[in-house]
Design a protein around this ligand. Structure first.
Ligand code: NAD
Length: 485
């Protein structure tokens, strides 16, 4: 068994010793592999349906105590968790590289991002949770109380193995909910490390419960359990629909952060060099495995050839390699992902696209390293123009008018984020109004963070995470009307 690349220093180095692994675990084991090399990193003890129920038992038993803990005391524990995550940044980043493969700089950045949610919601825990209402009845006074809903189930993917956990858990915990967490099978170690730090921060027994195991079994147990009052899921639209249906019988509060298919639109008159720099970030961050990843590039005709040439030049300069060597792009998560890149590239070329660079794996590095790829003149009928690619392939296409590009950008069931590059304020205003996406980024790529409500329209999901709005799914409103007459 290979160990984690370099020895972390504070006791998370041997995942088999992580206390969280054993909380609800049985005899089964999950093999965790390094996507860069295929090497076995760890065997994690996993739970079955019985363990999943036991986690809800623990969370349910702890709920009344946590819900009535004074907000300043909840905030103090969240602040301690935040401090422990910050102190463990290097270890957490290396664990992430080992099991997820992303470049170490990106992993460090994700830990900062993950920690920022814990700090933000530690502060939000102190904000007023009672609101007055101007009375419409004589002699009555009215208030809205925000109360925690109960046990919240949090289900997270492998592409952001730490931040997706803290974005959900910090909000739920600040609101006064207890949580059961199911991380992706590809990245259980990051989840167990966060669970161990939560234990050290002093969350009372049963407040934070992490369960590793077969997703359908564990999450199926939770969706059918009426004690689980909220479910927050980040992952594919396909699994999101399934959980939506499964949650109907017990009418759970839902947050669904699902797939995306972001358009990246460049108008003539835009700063083309800047658009290229931002396009590289929008496409290749997290090796293209990002729900915010630009999945189709619409370039206005007068600047199309210039953009194609400069973008391809920039892509050719990107480095591909193992996460600990800190390249621009790391391995993809599994072979299914490689197959999807190749299928999208082959399909686009068969339908008339031109391959400008890339277009296959770098076999010298390993079978999960897909070379950054640019396709030009990609027709709308190509699968890549409507299906999420989730990898380092950029399809470029030309457009003529604003109306045309708005229609093509909106012609998708996804609605997470859209990127626009233009220096014309009136055009930017019209585009921002017309694009049917939960987030619109103008002349930049990185727009997310703890203070903003992250989320999509259409089949990109329901609800928002981050910001004050991120508390909503974890609280119910109790309307109180008192009459002293
Ligand atoms: P996925 O839907 O396959 O899995 C996500 C999580 O769901 C994992 O923990 C998995 O174990 C669990 N799961 C899988 N099958 C399940 C089932 N039958 N029942 C219950 N749970 C199940 O997604 P993924 O491949 O891990 O992640 C990539 C997807 O996530 C992409 O579509 C991406 O766009 C999306 N994503 C969205 C956001 C967002 O905030 N909108 C962020 C990151 C990723």
């Amino acid at each position: 068994m290979s160990d984690l690349s370099n020895k972390p220093t504070f006791g998370l180095s041997d995942p088999e010793l992580l206390p969280g692994a054993g909380d609800f675990a049985g005899d089964g084991r999950l093999a965790v592999r390094d996507p860069a090399s295929g090497a076995l990193i760890a065997q994690v003890a996993i739970s079955d349906a019985h363990g999943a129920r036991a986690a809800v038992d623990a969370a349910h038993a702890a709920f009344d105590g946590w819900a009535t803990t004074l907000p300043q005391d909840r905030a103090a524990i969240l602040h301690r968790w935040h401090a422990l995550i910050v102190a463990a940044k290097e270890d957490l980043a290396r664990i992430m590289v080992a099991e997820q493969g992303k470049p170490i700089s990106e992993a460090r950045g994700e830990i900062d991002y993950a920690a920022s949610f814990v700090q933000f919601y530690a502060e939000e825990a102190l904000r007023p949770n009672i609101e007055g209402v101007t009375s419409h009845l004589p002699d009555a006074e009215m208030e809205l109380w925000r109360e925690p809903v109960g046990v919240a189930a949090l289900i997270t993917p492998w592409n952001f193995p730490s931040a997706m956990i803290t974005r959900k858990a910090a909000a739920a915990l600040a609101a006064g909910c207890t949580v059961v967490i199911h991380p992706s099978a590809e990245t259980p170690l990051s989840a167990l490390a966060l669970a161990e730090l939560a234990r050290r921060a002093g969350f009372p027994q049963g407040v934070v419960n992490t369960v590793i195991g077969d997703a359908a079994t564990i999450v199926g147990e939770w969706t059918s359990d009426k004690r689980v009052r909220a479910l927050s899921f980040t992952g594919s639209t396909e699994v999101g629909r399934l959980l939506y249906r499964q949650s109907a019988d017990t009418v759970k509060r839902l947050v669904l952060e699902l797939g995306g298919h972001a358009p990246f639109i460049v108008f003539k008159g835009a700063d083309i060099d800047r658009a290229v720099t931002e396009a590289i970030k929008a496409k290749f961050a997290t090796s293209g495995q990002d729900c915010l990843g630009a999945n189709r590039f619409y370039i206005q005709r007068p600047v199309y050839e210039e953009f194609c040439a400069k973008f391809t030049h920039a892509v050719d300069a990107l480095t591909l390699g193992r996460g600990m060597d800190d390249p621009d792009i790391g391995p993809l998560i599994h072979e299914r992902a490689i197959d999807k890149q190749q299928a999208h590239v082959d399909d686009a070329i068969a339908k008339g696209a031109r391959l400008l660079t890339g277009g296959g794996i770098d076999a010298g590095l390993g079978k999960l390293f897909y070379r950054p790829t640019v396709l030009a003149d990609v027709p709308d009928e190509a699968a890549i123009m409507s299906e999420e690619t989730f990898g380092p392939v950029a399809p470029l296409t030309v457009f003529d008018t604003e109306e045309e590009v708005i229609a093509r950008a909106n012609a998708t069931e996804y609605g997470l984020v859209a990127y626009v590059h233009s220096l014309d304020p009136r055009r930017i205003y019209r585009l921002t109004r017309a694009l049917q996406f939960g987030m619109v980024a103008v002349n930049r790529t990185k727009v997310t963070g703890a203070p903003i409500p992250f989320g999509g329209t259409k089949q990109s999901g329901l609800g928002r995470e981050g910001a004050r709005q991120g508390l909503e799914a974890f609280t119910d409103i109790k309307y109180v009307c008192r009459d002293w007459g």
